[in-house]
Design a protein around this ligand. Structure first.
Ligand code: HEM
Length: 393
């Protein structure tokens, strides 16, 4: 059995400049290896693209109900198991995913493209005027406001929701972030109850009035799924955006290509998603004994697909350590694959594309002001703070 001594669950590993070499060596040693994790005990780490996608495509063998992310704790089942889209399998998963799909379909997202572009442009214009800003804070506004639009948060509540989300996602300590999150749940609960009585044409109303085999979805499940969407839709986008800008900041030629329109924005957005792969891993639980990459995995074992590693696998991507903005094809796993493929993918790409366009349209150059502060998380790896000085174009 191959057991790794490198702690893949240590966020400091992912902030190291030589992370590519370390993970590359591990992947070359064995595509599947046993990792001892501090919180979840032994976990099978899947490091190659081929086996990672094999796991994610086979939800009958690799279930999501035991949790989709590391960190729940040894032997613990997450509260939303079987109730949340991300934590359910098979027909139950489809029942929960179907009602929200129209909000995130490419057609649904195209309808809001102008609004998203205007929002990104005004957020960047404001930052350029201020000159020196924390880019993480600035860029988080785009997914936050888009989320308020989607949920149908009324004008009067927006400042409150944005500030609670800011606290839940941007506060400086994990305790403060948890406290912020705990304020979000009762708010969503109150709104879900209200919209169940007086529905409107927004995502809260859709879930609050959703019936499965004639029965309304329990209100707790409504809130859990709304929370899943808010967390999934805000954190990931802000971390990807900030990490991507950092990546471009260190590659002036790529920034120039993007600014001069030499590369297709969609292809560039996908390559930045692949290169940053901020959702470093996705977790599954084996439902039966299965052989994977020469290892025997027992029913009940945890299996972590290291998305970042898969997305830098040279067997799948030519020169994976290079940022090639016109890379094609680019079937990365940054947004997952299979039944749980990110439901918000078209929206995420629209938001990220709008952010890159606004930045390259309005900003001639960015300089870091001091060192960035990493957020120390393997769930959404990124920056807590990225202070920069912006020069207007
Ligand atoms: C760059 C931004 C994003 C990244 C990197 C990302 C990443 C992912 C990944 C890797 C998965 C698959 C998880 C698994 O297989 O267990 C996923 C699922 C999901 N994402 Fe995203 N996501 C992003 C943006 C969004 C947005 C904008 C939303 C909603 C507004 C969203 C909502 C969700 C939800 C609800 C799921 C669960 C889908 C299911 O289980 O069927 N995500 N995301």
């Amino acid at each position: 059995m191959s057991t790794t001594t490198v702690d893949l669950t240590d966020p400091d590993l992912w902030a190291r400049p030589d992370v590519g070499e370390i993970v590359g060596e591990l992947r070359a040693q064995a595509p599947v290896q046993r990792t001892e994790t501090a919180l979840d005990g032994p976990v099978w780490s899947v490091l190659t693209y081929e086996l990672g996608s094999q796991v994610l495509m086979d939800s009958a063998t690799y279930s999501s109900t035991g949790g989709s992310l590391l960190g729940s704790g040894l032997g613990q089942t997450p509260a939303g198991a079987g109730k949340m889209m991300a934590l359910s399998d098979g027909p139950r998963h489809r029942e929960l995913r179907a009602p929200v799909l129209p909000y995130f379909s490419p057609k649904g997202v195209r309808g809001s493209a102008d609004r998203i572009s205007e929002l990104a442009a005004s957020v960047v214009a404001d930052a350029v005027e201020r000159g020196e800003v924390d880019l993480v804070d600035v860029l988080a506004t785009v997914p936050l406001v888009v989320m308020c639009d989607l949920l149908g948060i009324p004008g009067d509540d927006r400042d409150l929701v944005v500030s609670v989300c800011d606290e839940a996602f941007l506060a400086q300590t994990p305790e403060a972030r948890r406290a912020g999150h705990q304020k979000l749940i009762p708010y969503l609960f109150e709104k879900a109850m209200q919209r169940r009585m007086e529905p409107s044409d927004d995502l809260i109303s859709t879930l609050a009035t959703h019936r499965i085999k004639g029965r309304l979805l329990p209100i707790e499940d409504v809130v859990l799924n709304l929370d899943n969407i808010v967390v999934g839709g805000v954190q990931t986008v802000r971390h990807t955006a900030a990490m991507s800008v950092w990546t471009l900041l260190n590659r002036p030629e790529a920034w120039r290509q993007l600014a001069d329109g030499e590369v297709d924005l969609g292809a560039a957005t996908d390559e930045l998603l692949r290169f940053t792969s901020v959702g470093l891993h996705v977790l599954r639980t084996a439902t039966r004994q299965v052989e994977l990459g020469g290892q025997v995995i027992e029913a009940g074992d945890k299996v972590a697909v290291w998305t970042w590693s898969a997305d830098h696998d040279p067997a799948m991507f030519d020169r994976p350590g290079e940022l090639l903005l016109d890379r094609s094809p680019n079937r990365h796993l940054a947004l997952g694959v299979g039944a749980h493929y990110c439901v918000g993918a078209p929206l995420a790409k629209a938001e990220l594309g709008a952010i890159y366009t606004a930045l390259t349209d309005q900003v001639a150059g960015l300089e870091p002001v001091g060192d960035p502060v990493f957020n120390r998380s393997i769930i959404n790896f990124g920056f807590d703070r990225l202070p920069v000085r912006l020069r207007a174009r």
